[in-house]
Design a binder for this molecule. Structure first.
Ligand SMILES: *Cc1c(COP(=O)(O)O)cnc(C)c1O
Length: 353
């Protein structure tokens, strides 16, 4: 059997474990510990299954309308697709062309970015973090030789967050001809969204997801907001690949979820309170904990390799995430669960280390 050269060279992303064998306390893939809005449950109970007979709306008109109202922009400024990973993949295809220079992203960031670069043949360069493990936008400022920039804010897997002042400074000093993508997967947990900057910067594109703060990782729904011409480019990319990536149920459930802001704001507040409480207790146990504005923390303990933390916790039925790369090897990334989940983890860490 002959395979293409493409597939022989491919280095796929390795997702966090989704074990099907036994029941773990899952603190490894930044899922929300609380259920989706109860309105989603009501909707599913009443859903008319005959609606599945037809293809879904390829333009996702209704959900884009709702998102545009929520963020005070035009519906033509919203693109929706099958999880923000797919949205990101389309961004890499549509905006980054290394005949114009290399794509820049932080040295430590979402590990899908280099995978998309390889997939689409985009040359890239990793920009070092600053001394406190935060994204250093000053090092991006001087780089007019690049074809674009992408970073996550808050960053993953570190949880650190940039302020709008620094992001504005970057955008003011970066060529308007190149696209800057900000991946705001975690912004609802305390970060400042760059959406208000869309008015001033035509080359800015922001990517969001329903997976984390809206507790719908199983739904697969993500979106991008930006100027109309960038959004049109994303639609063209989608239609060259799959005209119907967002299924009917997903579109309808997404709409229902957006109608329950009260529920989600109370859930988000609870997660933030648990994160801050957990971080403090971990610091009290002499762990190093990076300041987080996400629903996870990145932490290390002197003299204990991250891998050992990962394996010992797994034996106790607790899953966290370890990234075995030079800069991240000492750390584990811990998703924030409910208070009782974090207490169980703290007890385990106290007993083990
Ligand atoms: C989780 C995550 C995503 C992907 O979200 P999906 O919408 O579930 O595909 C994108 N970017 C970052 C930084 C993430 O952590």
């Amino acid at each position: 059997m002959t395979l293409s050269q493409r597939i022989l060279n491919l280095r796929p992303y390795v997702p966090g474990e989704q074990p099907q064998d036994k029941k773990y306390l899952k603190l490894n893939t930044n899922e929300n510990p609380y259920p989706p809005s109860p309105k989603v449950q009501d909707f599913l109970r009443k859903f008319d299954f005959e609606k599945l007979r037809l293809y879904p709306d390829p333009l996702c008109t209704k959900i884009r309308q709702r998102l545009s109202e929520k963020y005070g922009i035009a519906p033509e400024q919203v693109f929706v697709s099958n999880g923000s990973d797919e949205v990101l993949s389309f961004c890499f295809y549509a905006f980054f062309d290394s005949t114009q220079g290399r794509l820049l992203f932080p040295e430590v960031t979402y590990s899908f970015y280099p995978v998309y670069c390889d997939y689409y043949g985009i040359a890239y360069e990793k920009v070092p973090l600053d001394g406190s493990f935060a994204v250093d936008l000053r090092s991006f400022l001087r780089r007019h030789d690049s074809c674009g920039i992408i970073f996550a804010n808050p960053n993953a897997p570190t949880g650190t967050c940039l302020n709008l002042h620094d992001i504005t400074l970057l955008l003011e000093n970066y060529p308007r001809t190149n696209v800057v993508v900000i991946d705001e997967a975690y912004v609802d947990f305390g970060g400042a969204s760059a959406i208000p900057l869309l008015r001033d910067f035509s080359n800015l594109l922001i990517v969001r997801t329903f997976s984390k703060s809206l507790s719908l990782a199983g739904l697969r729904l993500g979106f991008a907001v930006g100027r109309k011409d960038l959004i049109q480019a994303l639609f063209a990319t989608k239609d060259a690949f799959n005209s119907y990536p967002v299924n009917t149920l997903t579109q309808l459930i997404g709409e229902v979820a957006l109608s329950d802001e009260d529920y989600y704001s109370s859930v988000t507040k609870r997660i933030i309170a648990t994160r801050d409480r957990f971080s403090k207790k971990l610091l009290d146990l002499s762990w190093n904990v990076l300041p987080s504005k996400a629903n996870f923390v990145f932490a290390s303990k002197k003299g204990v390799p991250g891998k050992e933390v990962y394996f010992k916790l797994k034996e106790l039925g607790i899953l966290v995430r370890h990234f075995d790369e030079e800069m991240t090897r000492d750390f584990v990334r811990i998703t924030i669960g409910k208070n009782e989940d974090m207490d169980r983890l703290l007890q385990a860490l106290k007993d083990l280390f």
